[in-house]
Design a protein around this ligand. Structure first.
Ligand code: F6R
Ligand code: MG
Ligand code: MG
Length: 373
């Protein structure tokens, strides 16, 4: 069995929250190369989207493995040091705890991990997003694995016809549930249509009984109990041979759907599919970005990446995202551009409520002269 792990963290932004400094990428790459040489990892690549570094690693330790999580944590400590030396913004932002004890759960960095038996040919797409939250994967995952208008294979391919099993986490109450599509599609949509709370954690093929997709599902704001940035999620999707084709996996991103995040983690904005060169959210700290790195995995080796969205067929999605951004920005501080109060990351509201407390009065009574109804 091979395990593919993407472990990511924002350990400092260049400039502001825009990008990762090249020196940090060099340090992370050196660490990964050392871990391969020492036999901890079979292979590994370092990438980034916006201000988040992603370590994309193959190994045979399984998910949640202490040595792999420890390696990632130590690598992020190293990139934090560099961010501090260079005076970069928010150095060590996602490393929430001083007391790391072998597993990253609740520690700040996000991770998506998938353990599988390698097929004769193993095409995989690693998605990395910045300025949004884990629920941002709900819509594209539904389209890839449950919408025949997106994925022709659901109708045409006999191996896909039985559908897919979605595992959904309730991030508020820390519980999980599974739905089999197409049978439970409408039930599934009722939940995952509320992506701030219900997040698809994994998907598997019902017919083949194999894992197909995994996402990072932490919510930093809930972990830390205070605002520490959106959690900028990652996702792994296996493709082809009874799973959605590469083109079916990329297709949902041809529509720049609205996600929560962007400026101060507090706005709805369109998600823009981009090549790595454009994964640098600038306007209003956005619009949120997603990159898709394609790999062929063979004997655990990561052959790639191919920068899948660096392709003219996504130009229209990018231009629609810019138009949608103008439309949302036109609302300024009004919903639905600004998130509803319950979802706001920066909560000046409680302070404001206290400050205004003695200025509120009851509404005027109904005038006595008016005839009772
Ligand atoms: C969003 C994000 C940025 C910051 C914003 C303010 O996820 O990281 O939009 O929230 O740039 O940053 P601070 O409060 O650090 O000045
Ligand atoms: Mg940041
Ligand atoms: Mg980020």
């Amino acid at each position: 069995m091979t395990t593919l792990s993407i472990i990511k963290a924002d350990t400092g932004g260049f400039v502001g929250h825009c990008e990762v400094h090249p020196d940090m990428l060099v340090a992370a790459t050196t660490a990964v190369e050392t871990a391969i040489a020492q036999g901890l990892l079979i292979d590994g690549k370092v990438s980034r989207c916006g201000d988040d570094i992603s370590l994309i690693m193959t190994h045979d330790h399984g998910p949640d493995a202490e040595p792999v999580h420890t390696f990632a944590w130590e690598t992020f400590l190293r990139t934090t040091e560099i961010a501090k030396q260079l005076g970069l913004y928010g150095a060590g932002q996602d490393l929430l705890s001083d007391a790391f004890s072998g597993n990253l759960r609740g520690m700040g960095p996000g991770y998506a991990e998938l353990e599988f038996t390698e097929r004769a040919s193993e095409p995989v797409i690693c998605f990395l997003a910045d300025k949004t939250e884990p629920g941002a994967w709900n819509l594209p995952l539904y389209k890839m694995f449950a919408d025949p208008f997106n994925t022709a294979g659901l109708v045409i391919d006999e191996k896909m016809h039985d559908g897919f099993r979605f595992e959904v986490y309730d991030l508020y109450e820390e519980k999980r549930i599974t739905f089999d599509t197409p049978r439970d599609s409408y039930d599934l949509l009722m939940f995952i249509g509320a992506p701030a709370r219900y997040v698809v954690h994994s998907v598997e093929s019902i017919k083949l009984g194999v894992p197909a997709a995994a996402t990072s599902t932490q919510r930093l704001s809930l972990i830390a109990g205070r605002y520490v940035g959106k959690d900028d999620p990652v996702m792994i999707v296996r493709c082809q041979s009874g799973l959605p084709a590469v083109g079916e996996v990329l297709e949902p991103f041809s529509f720049p759907y609205a996600v929560a995040g962007c400026m101060r983690g507090s706005h709805h904005a369109p998600i823009m599919p981009v090549g790595l060169a454009q994964a640098t959210p600038a306007r209003f700290d956005g619009p949120p970005r997603v990159v898709a790195l394609g790999f062929q995995i063979t004997g655990g080796k990561l052959i790639g990446p191919r920068d899948m969205f660096a392709d003219p067929s996504f130009d229209r999605a990018r231009s629609q995202a810019n138009e949608a951004m103008d439309y949302f920005r036109g609302h300024g501080p009004f919903e639905p551009h600004r998130l509803p109060l319950s979802e706001l990351e920066y909560t000046t509201m409680s302070a404001l409520e206290a400050k205004m407390a003695d200025r509120w009065e009851p509404m005027p009574p109904v005038p006595a002269t008016r005839a009772p109804v």
